[in-house]
Design a protein around this ligand. Structure first.
Ligand code: ATP
Ligand code: MG
Length: 275
């Protein structure tokens, strides 16, 4: 009788253990499935990044190679006397500048990735920088529409004049690239109550394609129609890095009627150079 009782107790223990193991098994399976799902997601993301990187390498290689032929061509033409030295030098400088700009953007993107972007800070008036960039853009042969400028009072902040100039030029270049009719408009004012400067770059162009809307500020994200020159997809990534290193923010959205608007908010605070 006593033996039967102890066997019953043992059976109950074994059953309890089995139930416990079953429960553990179930929760382990859930954890494992979650992990597998996470790894699959990560894998997909890595594959996408890899393919974007491949696209970037082929575009960058093409862009890096294309000015070299004309540079050699100008040198050859000047050497044989078919072209004047002056004309050849102008061509060489233009092509070399194109190369230098592309290499600059690639280096900037690398610094932003590593959080090592250097800023040279001084007191600057954004109104002057934007006005200058708008003038350059207006004279671009690619610009098909008028560029309107509505800038309020002097917009003085402490910032890097060259880097912020790059951001404004990037945004204007994008608007020029995607706007064939209508207008491009740049507006800006000082928001004294929040101690910040608000800038808007808008256009009446094609608008941001849905495929890139969500990750437009990520590296290598680019989408142009076939007839347009392919981009590297670094312009907005670098622009965001520069604005954020000034403590600011940048947003993108499509307009209700047509085109896109990029909004920048920059704080009016004292910054120090990161050398
Ligand atoms: N003003 C705009 N209107 C419509 N789409 C835009 C505009 N600005 C950017 N985009 C979209 O965002 C993408 C990313 O822009 P980004 O400036 O980073 O790269 P990109 O212009 O393609 O190449 P690049 O590195 O030569 O500037 C563009 O390819 C385009 O699809
Ligand atoms: Mg661009």
């Amino acid at each position: 009788m006593q033996k039967q009782e102890s066997t019953d107790i043992e059976t109950i223990h074994t059953l309890n253990e089995l139930r416990f193991i079953q429960k553990m098994n179930k929760s382990l399976t859930t954890v494992l499935n979650d992990k597998i799902h996470q790894i699959e997601k990560l894998n997909k993301h890595l594959a996408e990044q890899n393919s974007k990187k491949d696209d970037f390498i082929s575009i960058a290689t093409h862009e890096l190679k294309s000015p070299i032929h004309p540079i050699l061509g100008f040198a050859e033409l000047a050497k044989t006397g078919i072209m004047s030295n002056d004309e050849a030098w102008t061509g060489v400088v233009e092509m070399a500048t194109q190369l230098q700009n592309l290499i600059g953007v690639i280096l900037d993107a690398n610094h932003i990735d590593r959080n090592s972007l250097k800023l040279t800070i001084s007191e600057i008036n954004l109104k002057d920088i934007i006005t200058q960039k708008v003038m350059i853009s207006k004279s671009s042969p690619d610009c098909m529409v008028p560029i309107l400028c509505e800038l309020g009072d002097d917009m003085i902040i402490s910032g890097d004049i060259v880097r912020l100039g790059e951001v404004f030029q990037n945004l204007l270049n994008n608007s020029i690239k995607f706007t064939e009719t209508g207008f491009i408009k740049v507006s800006g004012h000082v928001d004294k109550s929040n101690n910040e400067i608000l800038l808007r770059f808008s256009d009446s162009g094609t608008g941001i394609p849905t495929e890139v809307e969500e990750n437009i500020f990520e590296k290598f994200v680019t989408k142009n129609t076939d007839s347009q020159k392919p981009g590297t997809g670094l312009g907005l990534f670098v622009s965001k890095g520069i604005i954020e290193s000034h403590g600011g923010k940048i947003y993108a959205n499509n307009n209700l009627d047509a085109g896109a608007t990029f909004t920048i908010i920059l704080p009016i605070t004292q910054l120090e150079s990161h050398q």
